[in-house]
Design a protein around this ligand. Structure first.
Ligand SMILES: [Fe+2]
Ligand SMILES: [Fe+2]
Length: 193
């Protein structure tokens, strides 16, 4: 369903266990960035009405998620602050081709894969935290469905810029890159480390 080519390793859950505060702060930044990505797509493809409608809905939902994480941080006495981001998003965005319409396909598919990986990890967190932190487990469980839907929306919109077969072939290529990048891991504990 999520088109990912790898499962998150135990190494990441270890980072989560040791640095939950940093992961939660990064999560807030991720939701903010997700809203920004959808907004940028509106600016880039403003003539595509279907895309604009879908993206404005995603902007709203991601901002609502951002507020939810900020509230959670607040309840837990964690101050929201700037943090060095992971390299994951930048490395994926570097794979986007420069020429249209391939550029549109790639931007949408990269966004779809980031949604998919977040989704996979939220589900993992839900299971992992079930016994030790019920509030947090429920929190991540509550985000799973909308992030899965965002993944599908981005893939569907990519098909407005290339035929179905081309989109699936490219999604497979980018998913292989995504699996390689996330598999390398990063030293800083982040949602996508
Ligand atoms: Fe979100
Ligand atoms: Fe999302």
């Amino acid at each position: 369903m999520l088109n990912l080519q790898s499962n998150t390793s135990a190494r990441w859950l270890q980072q989560v266990a040791e640095h939950l505060d940093q992961i939660l702060i990064d999560h807030a930044h991720c939701e903010k960035k997700a809203a920004g990505t959808a907004m940028n797509l509106i600016f880039a493809y403003v003539e595509n009405q279907e895309l604009c409608q879908a993206m404005s809905q995603i902007v709203n939902e991601e901002l609502a998620h951002f507020h939810l994480v900020l509230d959670l941080l607040n309840r837990r006495g964690i101050r929201f602050r700037r943090q060095t981001p992971s390299q994951y998003g930048r490395r994926l965005n570097d794979l986007v081709r420069k020429q249209e319409p391939q550029r549109a396909v790639d931007r949408l598919l990269v966004a779809s894969l980031i949604e998919a990986r977040s989704c996979e990890r939220f589900d993992l967190l839900r299971k992992h935290l079930q016994d030790q932190d019920r509030e947090l487990a429920d929190f991540f469980g509550g985000l799973f469905e909308s992030e899965a839907r965002h993944h599908s929306t981005y893939v569907r919109l990519a098909k407005m810029y290339a035929d179905e077969e081309t989109v699936h072939a490219r999604l497979k290529e980018l998913a292989a890159d995504e699996a390689r990048i996330i598999g390398e891991g990063e030293a800083l504990p982040r949602v996508h480390s």
